[in-house]
Design a protein around this ligand. Structure first.
Ligand code: 9MR
Length: 602
C-alpha cells in the first residue's frame, strides 16, 4: 500500500529544508532584508543589482578572492550516472578554501568543512573540474551552524561561479536564518539557473560553495554537499522539446477555475513576479493561482501579532492585475515548518489558543477580503491521519489538536472564523490520500456529515491529488469524489501532480524510471486525461470548485527536493511543462479530459 504521507512530511520538517528551486525556506526571507547578492566572489563592479537580476556583465576580471588558476585538482568528485542524472558528491576532506575578503580559511575535520563567519560574504568554496554543464543543476548541502551564527540572524547563500569568461554566478539562492537551528543539521538547496544558459559551458571550471549573508557571527560547517546535474540532452523533459500540445489556453476550456501553484520570493528562480517564462505560462493557461508557500501561517504571522503581508500582497496584486483569482492556502496546517513558534510553544489555556487561532484567521481573511480577488480558502489542511484500517483526526502530531486541549474543536472554529470574515468565499477542507477511497475518506465523510448536521460552515473538499501513474485507481478517485458530491459539497482538485515514479509500489528502486522517454510522456498524458475526465464525469457542474496543478514546470516541482522520496533526483516529471516551459503531452491530456476527448497514449 502506498504511503504518500512519508513523501511529504518526514524530511521537510526534520531537516528544515529550504530550496532555491521549489523549496519553501527562501520565502521566509525577512521582507526588509537586502537581497542575497554576492559581492565577495564577484567583483563589486559586476554584482547584480538585485537578487533576481541576471545582469551579470559580459566581461569581468576575476576578483582577488577567486584564484585565477582553474586547477580543480584538489576536488575529488565521485560521480554516479544514470540515463537521467549525474550526481557529483563533493569531497569534504580536501579541496575547500575560504572565500570572501578577510576570510580566515577553512577548517577540515571529521564533521566536514567549517569556516568562521566573520562578515558578510565570508564562506567556503571548492572547484568542479570542467567540463561540467551546470545549467539547472541542483546543489544540495547539509550545513550546521553554531548558536552564535543562529543568534546573529545571518542567512546563508549557496553560490556557484564560472571561473573565467564573464565569471557568471548563481546569486539567487537564499536560505534564511529561520530555517537554521543552532547546532542542528539543516538541508539547503539551490538550483543553478542564472539566466541565459551561462552555466551551459565547457570552457572553464566552476567553483561552488556557501557564504554567510548579513552580519554573521560564529561558525558554519558544511557537512556534505552534492551536485545533481540536469537531465541529459536527450531527455524530453529538460531540453527544448519539439512537442506542442497545441493547447491555446487551458483555462478557456473550462467554466471553473484552472489553477497553478506558483511562488514569489520563496523560490527566486521561479518567482512569478520576475520570471517572464513563468508569467507567460501562467497568464496563458491559468485563471487561478495558489501560493505554494507564502500564505502559510508562519509566513503571515511569524510572531504573535506581527503580520507580514508584503510578499503575499505582491503575489495577490500581480494576480489581480492579470485577472487571475487567488485560492488562499492554507489558514491552518499542522505541518511543523509552517506553524509559528508562538503557537508551537503555547503555554496558555486552550481557550486562549483557539482565540489566537481565530485571530490569525480573521486578520488574514479580512486582509485579503479587502484586496478583492482571494475567493476561496483551504481553511484547514490535513487534519486527518492516515490510520489503517481506521483513520481519525491527527492528535499528537498536530499542534492545533494538542494546544486546543487535545481536541479537534479547532477545525470547526477555524471554519466559523473564516466564514465570519468572508461570507461569500468558498471554504474548503483540504487533504491528501482521500482520493484513495480508503479509511481516510471514511473519516472525511464522517466529519462532513457531522459538520453539515451541526451547521459548521464548510463549502467543499480539496483533493490534493499528488498521485502516481498507477495509483490510486480511477475507480477509487471517482468513488471518493462522489462521496463528497453526495454531501452536496464542492470538489476541488487543489494540488494535482502525477509523478511517473512511484516509490511506494514495492519494486522501487528496481523499477525506477530514469529517463523521461516519449512513451512515458504519453502514458502520463493518458493518466492526466483520465483523472480530469473522472472529475468531469463525477462532479456536477455546479459542484466543481476547479482544478489546480502543484507547479508549472518539472524543474520547479516540490518532488525534486533533496529530502523527498526522490532523494533530489529529478525523476518525477509530474507537471504540464518541461524544464524549459515547453508543453508536455500531459498538457494535451489535461485539455482532452476537460473536453471529453478519448484518453489515449497516442
Ligand atoms: O510545495 C510546497 C513546498 O515548497 C514546501 O517546502 C512544503 C512545506 O511547506 O509544502 C509544499 O506544499 C505542500 C502543500 O502546502 C500542502 N500539501 C502538500 C504540498 C506538498 O508537500
Amino acid at each position: 500500500m502506498q504511503n504518500y504521507q512519508k513523501l511529504i512530511y518526514i524530511p521537510l520538517i526534520s531537516l528544515g529544508l529550504t530550496a532555491c528551486g521549489g523549496g519553501g525556506g527562501g520565502s521566509s526571507k525577512p521582507a526588509s532584508s537586502a537581497p542575497p547578492i554576492s559581492s565577495s566572489s564577484t567583483p563589486s563592479s559586476e554584482a547584480p543589482s538585485s537578487a533576481l537580476s541576471s545582469a551579470v556583465p559580459s566581461s569581468v576580471a576575476p576578483s582577488s578572492a577567486t584564484p585565477s588558476s582553474a586547477a580543480p585538482s584538489s576536488v575529488t568528485a565521485s560521480s554516479s550516472s544514470s540515463a537521467a542524472t549525474t550526481v557529483i558528491t563533493l569531497n569534504m576532506a580536501s579541496g575547500w578554501r575560504g572565500n570572501g575578503e578577510g576570510n580566515a580559511g577553512v577548517n577540515v575535520n571529521s564533521d566536514g568543512v567549517s569556516f568562521t563567519a566573520s562578515g558578510d560574504n565570508i564562506g567556503a568554496v571548492t572547484d568542479l573540474a570542467k567540463p561540467v554543464q551546470l545549467e539547472d543543476a541542483i546543489v544540495d548541502m547539509v550545513v550546521n551552524v553554531s548558536p552564535e551564527f543562529k543568534t546573529s540572524g545571518a542567512n546563508l547563500q549557496i553560490i556557484a561561479q564560472i571561473k573565467g569568461g564573464a565569471w557568471a554566478g548563481e546569486w539567487n539562492c537564499w536560505s534564511g536564518n529561520e530555517v537554521l537551528a543552532a547546532s542542528t543539521d539543516a538541508a539547503i538547496s539551490c538550483t543553478i539557473s542564472e539566466a541565459d544558459k551561462k552555466f551551459n559551458q565547457t570552457e572553464f571550471d566552476v567553483q561552488i560553495g556557501v557564504q554567510a549573508k548579513g552580519t554573521p557571527a560564529g561558525t558554519v560547517t558544511i557537512k556534505s554537499a552534492k551536485v545533481t546535474l540536469k537531465q541529459p540532452a536527450n531527455s524530453s523533459s529538460s531540453t527544448g522539446s519539439v512537442y506542442s500540445a497545441n493547447v491555446t489556453s487551458l483555462r478557456e476550456l473550462a467554466d471553473f477555475p484552472i489553477g497553478a501553484a506558483v511562488s514569489n520570493n520563496d523560490s527566486p528562480t521561479y518567482n512569478i513576479l520576475t520570471n517572464s517564462k513563468e508569467q507567460a505560462v501562467v497568464e496563458k493557461h491559468f485563471d487561478q493561482m495558489t501560493a505554494g508557500n507564502i500564505m502559510k501561517m508562519s509566513y503571515l504571522q511569524p510572531t504573535q501579532g506581527n503580520f507580514t503581508f508584503t510578499n503575499a500582497d505582491a503575489f495577490v496584486d500581480y494576480a489581480k492585475s492579470k485577472n487571475i483569482q487567488v485560492h488562499g492556502h492554507a489558514l491552518v496546517w499542522h505541518s511543523d515548518y509552517q506553524v509559528p513558534g508562538f503557537m508551537k510553544n503555547w503555554t496558555g489555556t486552550s481557550a486562549d489558543f483557539i482565540t489566537a487561532l481565530q485571530t490569525h484567521i480573521t486578520t488574514v481573511v479580512d486582509h485579503f477580503e479587502a484586496k478583492g480577488n482571494v475567493n476561496s480558502w483551504d481553511v484547514v489542511n490535513e487534519a486527518i491521519n492516515d490510520g489503517n484500517p481506521v483513520a481519525n483526526f491527527r492528535t499528537n502530531d498536530s499542534t492545533f489538536y494538542v494546544k486546543s486541549g487535545n481536541s479537534s474543536l479547532y477545525i470547526e472554529k477555524a471554519f466559523e472564523a473564516a466564514r465570519a470574515a468572508a461570507p461569500a468565499a468558498t471554504l474548503y477542507y483540504n487533504d491528501y490520500n482521500i482520493d484513495q477511497n480508503n479509511a481516510k475518506t471514511t473519516k472525511l465523510v464522517e466529519m462532513l456529515t457531522d459538520f453539515k448536521a451541526r451547521g459548521v460552515p464548510i463549502d467543499g473538499v480539496g483533493f490534493q491529488m499528488h498521485v502516481f501513474m498507477d495509483y490510486p485507481s480511477i475507480a477509487n478517485i471517482s468513488a471518493a469524489m462522489k462521496k463528497v458530491v453526495d454531501k452536496g459539497l464542492k470538489v476541488k482538485i487543489t494540488e494535482l501532480d502525477v509523478a511517473v515514479n512511484n516509490p511506494y509500489n514495492g519494486g522501487w528502486p528496481g523499477n525506477k524510471i530514469t529517463s523521461f522517454t516519449q512513451s512515458v510522456a504519453l502514458t502520463q498524458k493518458q493518466r492526466y486525461c483520465e483523472i480530469i475526465k473522472a472529475y468531469m464525469d463525477t462532479v456536477p457542474a455546479n459542484q466543481r470548485g476547479g482544478i489546480t496543478v502543484w507547479g508549472t514546470t518539472d524543474a520547479s516541482t516540490w518532488l525534486t527536493t533533496a529530502t523527498s522520496a526522490y532523494n533530489g533526483e529529478a525523476i518525477a516529471w509530474p507537471l504540464l511543462f518541461d524544464n524549459n516551459y515547453n508543453d508536455k503531452p500531459s498538457l494535451r491530456g489535461f485539455a482532452d479530459g476537460l473536453q471529453g476527448i478519448n484518453c489515449t497514449n497516442l
